[in-house]
Design a protein around this ligand. Structure first.
Ligand SMILES: C[S@@+](CC[C@H](N)C(=O)[O-])C[C@H]1O[C@@H](n2cnc3c(N)ncnc32)[C@H](O)[C@@H]1O
Length: 312
């Protein structure tokens, strides 16, 4: 048996077969990540049933390219580390404009594909990402009204959109993204998971649209934008009266295309309320292994997730 297989079984002894296979593949591509994976799977909240479902989905999406996808995660971890070093030195994110992020990331198909592959694996390897996805499936979607029309802005790798489109309460799902490569990834995710893709459009959130939705997923996009207050006002206007939004943005989370730095979860909650949305529920998920107290003290990433409603 290879060292990667031995290590995978030790890293997550209670894990199911798909999770173990993914850890093995990741260890082959990125053996230096062993300590991080050990820390992640030692957590009491690493629910093995959800992790196994997620691992099974990721395995099917990656298919025969699993080794390359694991390599893309390794690349992403390196890119994020570089941004993290900049953030610690300068106290800000490196990019300051959407135009820069668009040119460097969204419009570069090869870069974007790597990025979204890395982000796909981060859904399992980063405890805060897993917690957010589980909350979306188990807490947000079940409270949608039957027949809900659902929009995701910035679906990226497509996992959230696939969960929403598969939910019995969703009558129609659709995705808008500024990156053609992201939309291709979403199509691939749906095909790999055996579901026809929903309508997907190359649309910037800020483009005017007369459409309205009962449910909007807006996850890990707010920090990519120069004018987050305007973005939330758009989300408000895109919701039908009584409609709900799942808004997820991280604080202190440098990445190659992050522009707006939120320093506290409260700053994000305030922006959401300021857009006229009623904040109904809040989840704070600190980065892997950190308590909320430690994350606040040392300016570590905290995924800040808000379930909000348009009241009028
Ligand atoms: C980090 S990914 C988020 C993927 C997924 N929603 C998640 O939470 O993991 C950000 C996505 O937002 C898209 N995006 C960035 N700015 C956007 C805008 N103004 N309008 C629509 N999509 C945008 C990017 O192209 C990318 O696919």
């Amino acid at each position: 048996m290879s060292a990667a297989v031995d290590a995978a079984r030790e890293i997550a002894p209670g894990a199911g077969p798909a999770t173990t296979r993914l850890i093995e593949a990741q260890m082959r591509a990125f053996p230096e990540h062993e300590a991080a994976l050990r820390k992640r799977f030692a957590l009491a909240d690493a629910d093995p049933i959800f992790c196994e479902t997620l691992a099974g989905m990721i395995e099917r999406i990656a298919g025969e390219t699993l080794a390359a996808v694991c390599d893309d995660y390794r690349w992403l971890a390196g890119a994020v580390l570089e941004e993290e070093l900049f953030f610690r030195r300068e106290g800000r994110y490196r990019l300051t404009s959407f135009a820069e992020a668009e040119a460097l990331v969204y419009a570069d198909a090869a870069y974007m594909t790597r990025y979204m592959n890395g982000l796909l694996l981060s859904q399992l390897w980063w405890a805060n990402h897993t917690a957010v996805l589980a909350w979306f499936r188990d807490r947000y979607l079940p409270a949608n009204r039957p027949g809900a029309r659902h929009l995701e802005v910035g679906p990226g790798h497509g996992l959230f959109l696939h969960l929403a489109a598969s939910d019995a309460r969703t009558s129609e799902a659709t995705g808008w993204d500024v990156s053609p490569a992201s939309l291709d990834q979403v199509r691939h995710t749906f095909a790999a998971l055996g579901k026809a893709p929903p309508p997907l459009s190359l649309v910037n959130l800020f483009e005017p649209s007369p459409e309205q939705f009962d449910s909007i997923c807006f996850s890990e996009v707010l920090e990519h934008l120069e004018t987050p207050a305007k973005a939330l006002a758009r989300v408000h206007d895109l919701l039908a009266p009584g409609g709900r939004a799942f808004i997820n943005a991280p604080v202190n989370s440098p990445a190659p295309d992050h522009i707006t730095l939120f320093s506290t979860p409260e700053a994000i909650v305030e922006l959401v309320s300021g857009a006229g949305l009623v904040v109904e529920e809040l989840l704070l998920a600190p980065s892997t292994g950190a308590s909320l107290e430690r994350a606040r003290k040392f300016a570590l990433a905290i995924s800040t997730v808000i379930i909000a409603r348009r009241a009028d």
